[in-house]
Design a protein. Sequence first.
Length: 442
Amino acid sequence: MSPQRFEMLVGLYGDDRTAQILSEAATIRSWLRVEAALAIAQGELGVLDPGDAAAIAAAAKPENIDPDRLWKETRVVGYPILSLVRQIDAALPEAHRGRVHYGATTQDIMDSGLALQLDEATARLGELLQDFGDTLARLAEEHTGTVIAGRTHALQAVPTTFGAKLATYVGELARHRDRLAASRTRLAVVSLFGAGGTSAAYGEHAVALRRRTAELLGLRTTDVPWHVARDGLAEFGLVCSLLSATCARFAREIVDLSRTEIAEVGEAAGHHRGASSTMPQKVNPIESEAVIGLSTTAGALSSALFRAMEAGHERAAGEWQAEWQVLPQLVSLCAAALRTSGSIATGLRVFPDAMRANLRADGGLVMAEAYMMRLAPRLGRERAHDAVYEAVGRCRATGEPLVTALRDVLGEDAAVGEELSPESYVGRPRETVGAALALWRA
């Protein structure tokens, strides 16, 4: 094969286990496993002589495959299985030759091999998701009562808590975990339907052969061909994009809360971590930036899988090849996003004092809604809103506290009451965090 390009983003932040699952060696090994299982099942059903089947299974080993030859011949043929089969056959004793790949077509082997790889990759994504979610759940619980300014349209809105903020991510990840599990059941399916999806070449044992081969491989079986029905793969790609997008939402939150003017959180500290080549003061949120880049790429890539669903008739003519490029990249990007997000969460530094100070950044006007709701039972919501709105304008002009401005606007008989604290208007953070944790731990 030609030298492979260096992919710096995944190279720096990718997951080694995922890379192993999707490696060249693992891909070839998955095809060999399918050929061996097919032969064993055919031997048990009497399609092949048991001795031939055993010999094929013994020969379907990586040491009998020359990768350079495999890819050189694939470049000529267009697909790798013809070369793979001939190399397995060449490794057999003369008496057992000519029976490898009996009744199968190239896509049967490649799709079944892909199912093996994606089943393992999905399990790995589940592990990375679990690690990230567990860490966020601990942080949410720890900071259930840590008051912070809630922000809408990027501006301070009402007080909330950092734990309640993180709870939304925990709930989102719990839903993604369900999606990932559901997509896995539709991915891990054997594909043995022959040249045109009719199973004709497999003969009368076709259904039993599929079932036994699937059992040997640890896959599910189906009697409906999926050579061109790629909805399961597109669904999986969408789940990868959704996972990556949630990681990016978290990373964007860290970037925004790390701004010099806000400084409420920070990524893990370390010598030269996030350093600039020219500005010595910089501590850039480098892992968060990487996650945003990973997610951006994943979202763009996943759309190609919807195009792959357009494959016509009983076999694709180019759409299938798009999956060869997109699926490994998409899984790698998603794994990297999850792994790096978990790292951000693990090393996250939280600064409650800065959070409290920022609640006063706009003269404490983050409490405006709280005062409106205090006054609404007496004045009505609209009049209360207008009174607070007028008082807010005075505060910004004079710098006086909101409660003082309200007394000026409404007079002493308006029952404005004592000054409200942010802690008094955070809603029900314990219930919010508790609900998210219950979802996650269910």
